[in-house]
Write a protein that binds this ligand. Structure first.
Ligand code: HAM
Length: 419
């Protein structure tokens, strides 16, 4: 018996219907905002992430699926999508033709994390990146897009948290003030935070450890150290959100786990999913294009975990309801009708009607049962009499109404019968 890999999941049945509904929302809402879909390969050069996401981050330090291929190149299954999108934008000179480029994506990501509820080793993100604008209205455009997608999907129990990390210079200054403060309280910090003190001290602010919390509450606040321009940027973001009626909370400890951020960062969090409470994360990442060898291009974006959003939807609305995917189940009442129903099925499909036929050579009773199991909206039955008369018996499965009609009228009949 070979099982699915730990931390990875099969998606099927009614859960798949929930995915299809969500995927429709991603496409439709993104397009309403003028974002184009972009697909990158699942595998990239390892260096893209070690440089782009940052050597000292958890993702690069301990979570990547990295391997040498047969040509001795170090490749990595993508753990996130922003670095690949920036790589592709530079590679195809997209900004030369379109100085503001708006892209969206959805697909699988891989992180070797400890699996738990809402945390997988293969998971999926939907996200969007707005490339080329340094202005706060592009930050809020992204937040609004994420918010609209969540609204359209139907989740409500989440909170938007925002913060500003300022410029690289501000962060460097803050880092030394923070390290000085945390070092003074080193003996109260957990082992993980002590390690982060040397590698990535801002991440200590993210710690959920109760002992760390008592140190963090009195830590110096980055927002208080922002330069004038960064403070202006952040207050415009807040004003825009206020006027759009989008509620948010400023969380001064929100630092995000990836190194490329500057200025606005944000997360959509929920209390409904236990410890994996972030359903969406994003922010401005002005340094990334230069880090990856491009020119200086300001950019902002977000991604959300599709599994987590669908889990939240389920806690709010219950298990996904099955969708009927079959318009008609074609039954053969007798062997003479077995081949004719195959040809009729092809005709219906070509005319836009989804249909399934009996290929198990079941009895009439067995075929009706199967139609029911598939939640077919109609059955249509052919037997010798119907073949002779060029008729067919149509049954509406929800009302039970049944009638014999000309086989030539089947398509129009199926469209007019109440569903
Ligand atoms: P991230 O915060 O690492 O950001 O991931 C975004 C979202 O992906 C999380 O809020 C969470 O919902 C989901 N997620 C992350 N890891 C897992 C996991 N192991 N299992 C299930 N869901 C997970 C980024 O990836 C950035 N690229 C976001 C971004 C886009 N920033 C700017 N543009």
């Amino acid at each position: 018996m070979i099982n699915v890999v730990r931390g990875m999941r099969d998606i099927f049945g009614t859960e798949m219907h929930a995915w299809h509904r969500a995927e429709k929302v991603f496409r439709e809402v993104s397009e309403k905002f003028g974002y184009q879909e972009f697909r990158t390969p699942i595998v990239e050069h390892t260096e893209l992430f070690s440089r782009g996401v940052g050597q000292e981050t958890d993702i690069v330090g301990k979570e990547m699926y990295t391997f040498m291929d047969r040509g001795d190149e170090s490749l990595t299954l993508r753990p996130e999508m922003t670095a690949p999108i920036v790589r592709a934008t530079i590679e195809h000179s997209l900004l030369r033709h379109s100085p503001i480029t708006r892209l969206w994506y959805a697909g699988p990501l891989f992180r070797y994390e400890r699996p738990q509820k809402g945390r997988y080793r293969q998971f999926h993100q939907y996200g969007a990146e707005c490339l080329g604008s340094p202005n706060p209205e592009s930050d809020t455009e992204c937040i609004m897009l994420a918010n609209e997608v969540l609204r359209e999907i139907g989740v409500t129990k989440y909170e938007l948290q925002i913060n500003s990390l300022g410029t690289t210079e501000v962060r460097a200054k803050y880092r030394s003030v923070l390290v000085e403060y945390l070092t003074k309280h080193k003996e109260s910090l957990c082992a993980d935070s002590v390690r982060r003190l040397d590698t990535n001290p801002l991440r200590v602010l993210d710690s959920k450890d109760p002992a760390d919390q008592s140190v963090i509450v009195n830590a110096p606040v980055l927002l208080d150290m922002l330069d004038e321009e960064s403070a202006m940027h952040f207050s415009t973001v807040k004003a825009l959100l206020d006027s759009a009626g989008i509620a948010y909370k400023v969380n001064t400890n929100l630092v995000r786990g990836l190194d490329y951020y500057s200025h606005t960062v944000f997360e959509f969090v929920t209390d409904e999913l236990g410890s994996q409470n972030a359903i969406c994360g994003g922010g401005r990442y002005d340094p990334l294009f230069e880090i990856l060898g491009g020119t200086n291009v300001p950019a902002v974006g977000f991604s959300f975990g599709i599994e987590r959003v669908l889990m939240l939807l389920e806690t709010e609305q219950g298990a996904p309801k099955p969708l009927s995917t079959v318009d008609v189940y074609l039954c053969a009442a007798g062997d003479e009708a077995r081949l004719p129903i195959q040809l009729l099925a092809l005709r219906l499909r070509r005319n836009g009607i989804s249909c399934v036929t009996d290929i198990a050579r079941r009895s009439m009773k067995g075929q009706m049962k199967e139609a029911d199991r598939l939640s077919a909206k109609f059955t249509a039955t052919l037997g010798q009499t119907e073949l002779d008369m060029e008729n067919i018996i149509v049954k509406n499965m929800s009302t039970g109404e049944q009638k014999t009609i000309s086989i030539h009228q089947l398509e129009s009949e199926l469209k007019v019968l109440p569903v």
